[in-house]
Design a protein. Structure first.
Length: 100
């Protein structure tokens, strides 16, 4: 689940650190534009996201969740093709650099 947030400037560093410290956080980054924080979390259900949104409201009054984006199922991850259970079925090597 990715959240695009608008956090008051005086709270953005603390909120970014809060999300980054969560074990299920994969990305917590300040961004330029009308929204200033992007957070990606691995969650099992939407109730986990609601819990984080409540925590955000307590930590940084005036914050707003601008967008929520969910991926229901990954078919490939870090070069691994996944089966229906999310287990690696095969590997597609990732080109890390180009020669020549």
């Amino acid at each position: 689940m990715s959240l695009i947030l608008n956090v008051p400037a005086h709270h953005v560093d603390a909120v970014g650190r809060y999300f980054a410290a969560l074990p299920n956080c994969r990305l917590s980054a300040q961004v330029l534009g009308a929204q200033n924080l992007l957070v990606t979390l691995w969650v099992r259900d939407y109730l986990e996201v609601q819990s984080h949104e409540r925590e955000l409201a307590e930590r940084a009054p005036g914050s707003a969740v601008i967008s929520r984006q969910a991926v229901v199922r990954n078919y490939k991850r870090l070069g691994h093709v996944l089966d229906e259970s999310g287990r690696s079925r095969s590997v597609v090597p990732l080109p890390l650099w180009r020669e020549g």
